[in-house]
Design a protein around this ligand. Structure first.
Ligand SMILES: Cc1cc2nc3c(=O)[nH]c(=O)nc-3n(C[C@H](O)[C@H](O)[C@H](O)COP(=O)(O)OP(=O)(O)OC[C@H]3O[C@@H](n4cnc5c(N)ncnc54)[C@H](O)[C@@H]3O)c2cc1C
Length: 514
């Protein structure tokens, strides 16, 4: 089955999907069924999106934070014959999953790989996008650039800069290696402690999954109705309305359950009431302290005073992250009190003049991405002073253009596959409705996006997110406006609002034809 080639598709398409991750594949699947001419342009060389692109994101210990069966498509034709081996799948297994998706859905025949969209203009005479793509070059420099298979850590002095999701996964993997493979020294450079939660990873066998699959249809329906796009939701009681015994019972239960349940199945006001959040933080801190022998490390990794409310910044899921700091070869350097000044030929130099000699440095500092609107403005320019979208799905001045899992949608506070499906379905039925009504152009009004931006801001103001300096707020990119980038009112409410807009004849949009 040969892959499509970009050169072959320099003719008209009814729908062009950019990106072959969960969102793009889901779009392709449905447009094919509806009989549209559709292709995907994908910059990388395989399916699976950002957490699978072999050339961009790979590091020791890489895995997802959603338990089976949440990080997969809810299509029965896919889940019924697919078996995972771990509750929180790692990258290798996800590669296998997307290969299986391809086997079942024959996705690749409609994907132009190695094809990066670099520019797009809207032709107002024909109501069509003219898209320019080029062959993507495979980069040999990886941001978090080490592969377990190709790099031998044994006896090396390794520095990990950053304690976000990748930093935690890399540190616990390298720090927990058996002596015969372990680095001589692992130095973790931490600016902000990650308030990491227990993953409770387990192996999965086929028999258990066979039994569980009876419940999958219910779970997948449920994940569309919850705050975080998962199969559980907040406990319907405020923290201080519960007795101390009840509080402890729920916190302990969630702690043992593991995963994001500690945030998203907790008392309903934990992300809105600072006092409740402080209590939950104190519980979390105590649990972490019990695992750390050194009092100084306790204070650095789980400070007495919360660095920010729990959940206001992305917590990672960890397996043995805190335990590895008890190992003699693992050291933590606090770069908040003493920032990194320079990467030197020998290693890393901090502001106090200390130079840490390192053989390998892992930059676990995160990931960063010209579409011209009708007046020639690019999205980047449009968002210079702040993000404006309508429903987190499109924006004024950019007709017939939709995005999934983007800014002003529930995105980072919702499961990726859930967003891919719920937002994706909204877009698909919108495009279908245009065709049924012989319309060729849909564009959000400026007024609608101003109102949506306000709703996004209002939802965030009722929560604790803005109290943390994080990528949720765009605070990780210098020069970018610091403001909430997600709709934080919950995925279920978000979907309801989007559906109401559609039911009201796509309120807030101007629909027309040539
Ligand atoms: C290590 C890691 C772990 C994660 N774990 C979780 C998790 O546990 N739960 C969760 O919900 N989310 C997780 N995520 C977030 C994850 O990004 C989303 O869940 C999911 O990938 C979103 O799918 P998507 O298809 O919308 O976007 P993406 O996966 O980002 O796919 C977008 C695709 O578009 C392509 N592309 C981008 N620009 C262009 C262009 N100009 N031209 C052509 N192609 C382009 C990219 O190459 C990519 O393949 C994780 C991310 C990482 C990196």
């Amino acid at each position: 089955m040969g892959d499509a080639s970009a050169a072959t598709y320099d003719h008209d398409l009814e729908v062009l999907v950019i990106g072959a991750g969960f969102s793009g594949i889901y779009q392709l699947y449905h447009y094919r069924k509806l009989g549209y001419s559709v292709k995907i342009f994908e910059a990388e060389n395989d399916l699976g999106g950002v957490c699978l692109s072999r050339n961009r994101t790979t590091y020791p210990g890489i895995r997802v934070d959603m338990p089976v069966p949440m990080y997969e498509f809810s299509l029965e034709e896919l889940w019924k014959d697919w078996w995972w081996t771990e509750r929180y799948p790692g990258q290798k297994e996800l590669f296998a999953y997307f290969a299986y998706v391809n086997e079942k859905l024959d996705v690749k025949k409609d994907v132009c790989f190695g094809t990066r969209v670099v520019e797009a203009y809207f032709n107002t005479d024909e109501n069509r996008w003219i898209v320019k793509a080029e062959n993507a070059m495979v980069s040999i420099i990886r941001r978090t650039g080490l592969e377990e298979k190709t790099i031998d850590f044994k006896g090396k002095r390794v520095g990990v800069i950053g304690t976000g999701a990748s930093g935690v996964q890399i540190s616990q993997t390298l720090g927990g290696m058996a002596e015969e493979h372990a680095p001589e020294k692992l130095i973790v450079f931490q600016r902000t402690p990650n308030l990491a939660l227990p993953m409770r990873q387990t192996k999965l066998d086929r028999e258990t999954q066979e039994k569980d699959k009876v419940h999958y249809p219910t779970l997948y329906r449920r994940r569309r109705q919850t705050t975080a796009g998962l199969h559980y939701d907040r406990f319907p009681k405020n923290f201080f309305d519960a007795s101390p015994e009840e509080r402890l019972l729920l916190l302990e239960h969630l702690w043992q359950t593991g995963g994001f349940s500690f945030l998203f199945a907790n008392f309903q006001d934990v992300l809105t009431n600072r006092d409740a959040n402080n209590e939950v933080y104190a519980f979390w801190r105590q649990k972490v302290w019990e695992r750390l022998k050194n009092p100084d490390l306790r204070e650095k990794l789980a400070p007495t005073v919360p660095p920010h409310p729990l959940g206001a910044k992305r917590s990672s899921l960890e397996q043995n992250y805190y335990d590895v700091f008890n190992n003699a070869n693992v050291q933590l350097v606090d770069t908040l009190s003493c920032p990194i000044e320079e990467i030197t030929p020998q290693g890393v130099k901090t502001a106090d003049g200390v130079e840490y000699e390192l053989d390998l440095i892992v930059l676990a500092t995160g990931y960063r991405w010209a579409i011209h609107g009708v007046d020639g403005t690019t999205i980047k320019d449009k968002w210079k002073e702040g993000v404006y979208t309508y429903l987190g799905l499109t924006c004024a001045g950019f007709p017939n253009l939709f995005f999934v899992f983007g800014p002003h949608g529930p995105t980072a506070v919702c499961s990726g596959p859930t967003c891919a499906e719920t937002e994706g379905e909204w877009i698909i039925s919108c495009i279908k409705s245009l065709r049924e009504n012989n319309m060729t152009r849909i564009e959000a009004t400026r007024e609608a996006e101003i109102n949506w931006r306000q709703q996004v801001m209002d939802e965030a103001a009722a929560r604790l997110f803005s109290t943390a300096k994080s990528w949720y707020m765009g605070a990780n990119i210098p020069g970018k406006a610091v403001e909430i980038l997600m709709y934080t009112g919950g995925a279920a409410k978000y979907t309801r609002i989007c559906n109401e807009v559609a039911e009201k004849g796509y309120e807030g949009f101007i629909i027309s034809k040539v």
